[in-house]
Design a protein around this ligand. Structure first.
Ligand code: FEO
Length: 395
């Protein structure tokens, strides 16, 4: 179970190849995931985080096979969410008096989930340190709202390892543990998907926190997140990437997201895609039916885009319900500095385009002129309006 990370630091987590969904059913897992926990055995023995609740008994049994649990001097709970705190109940049943170091908000979230069990919490703030012997210590850095109020990172001096918890993580199973061993395409794809779907709403805080950590001027040899690959080779590359992603990130891409009843709105979507390719051959175009494609994958493409075009026919004086749910998720993610276009078919009342415009504006997009509103299926006259919409999206 134990895998060596560096010197006296071991990985003692759980690699979850079978996981398909996360955060309930809200986040799709395509390439497995892991919950990374770490054991430090210096003068003091320290456990950093645990794993998700369903695997708690295996976690404790595995840990027992590695060490006498009573040798654990300190537990560090970087984050109270149950994918990292979920084994605490089983672990604390064995070693109930062991001190747990965490933020004040983590006490609230842990007790809120598992009840007040009289655990020996020690509240820490940014800059607090814990001597772990052998001339090494742990330094705590609060990571408030990255992505929960309780989140924090722990830096280990001497070995220069940043245990960053969710930050810099990926839902990606890497049996070999390290970024230099991982499939680079999948690693970066999953790191971006994680950022776009979980951290993007907090981008201003990400940018500020990166400045703060860089300003601390600490050497970082390894970044050990709580999910996915551990950044051992050039660990700061993911920090640089986060700084880029946090700054209203976009590439030369336009994503078209639509829902359709009888293919009229789908036809407009594909005509728009073709027109983008005609007007701007270098622009990447992606087209998704939101009721069929995976919503987290679409959001990753939205994250990369400079503009998004959304379409729905009018149904019940509104838009299709799949698009309505998708737009609610889009709004939560707080994308910035992106344009939007709107389109849709109707047979009589025709509200969908107006509603799409309102919802995209609410979601923070700059909706351009030139909407495509088609009475029944799009005819040549309606399709002739597409170049103007595309011109505005590309401008
Ligand atoms: Fe991986 Fe916010 O828990």
């Amino acid at each position: 179970m134990r895998r060596k990370i560096k010197n006296n630091i071991s990985w003692v987590g759980y690699i979850d190849w079978e996981l398909e969904k996360f955060h309930g059913d809200d986040y799709s897992i395509m390439n497995g995931s892991s919950q990374n926990a770490y054991l430090i055995e210096e003068g003091k023995t320290v456990l950093i985080d645990t794993i998700w609740t369903p695997h708690r008994f295996d976690f404790v049994e595995n840990l027992k096979s590695e060490i006498d649990l009573h040798k654990i001097d300190y537990i560090i709970a970087n984050h109270g969410e149950c994918d990292h705190s979920g084994a605490l109940t089983a672990l604390m049943a064995e070693i109930p008096d062991t001190p747990i170091y965490c933020t004040a908000n983590a006490v609230k979230s842990i007790e809120g989930q598992y009840g007040k069990r009289g655990w020996n919490f020690h509240i820490v703030k940014t800059g607090d340190t814990l001597d772990i012997g052998s001339g090494k210590s742990l330094v705590f850095v609060e990571m408030r709202m990255l992505h929960w109020p309780d989140s924090m990172a722990t830096y280990m001096t001497g070995d220069n390892v940043l245990f960053s918890n969710d930050a810099f993580g990926q839902h990606y199973a890497v049996e070999e543990l390290f970024n230099d061993k991982a499939d680079k395409c999948l690693l970066w794809k999953e790191a971006m998907k994680y950022y776009a779907n979980i951290l993007n709403p907090f981008s201003p805080l990400v940018a500020k926190k990166i400045q703060e950590v860089v300003g601390m001027n600490i050497p970082i040899e390894i970044i050990a997140p709580s999910h996915g690959a551990i950044w051992r080779e050039n660990p700061l590359q993911i920090v640089t990437k986060y700084a880029e992603w946090a700054n209203s990130y976009q590439e030369d891409q336009i994503t078209i997201a639509y829902e359709t009843m009888w293919e009229g709105t789908a036809k407009i979507a594909h005509e728009i895609a073709g027109e983008i390719a005609r007007q701007s051959p270098d622009t990447v175009v992606k087209v998704f039916n939101v009721s069929k494609a995976d919503k987290n994958e679409i959001m990753t493409e939205v994250f990369k885009s400079k503009a998004v075009c959304v379409g729905s026919p009018t149904v019940g004086n509104s838009i299709l319900s799949g698009m309505a749910g998708w737009l609610e998720f889009l709004k939560q993610l707080k994308f910035k500095n992106k344009k939007a276009g709107v389109f849709g078919c109707y047979g009589w009342s025709g509200e969908s385009v107006k509603i799409l415009r309102e919802k995209m504006t609410e979601a923070g997009f700059n909706v351009v002129d030139g909407e495509i509103k088609s009475l029944w299926n799009p005819d040549a006259e309606t399709l002739a309006k597409i170049p103007e919409l595309v011109k505005n999206l590309l401008a």
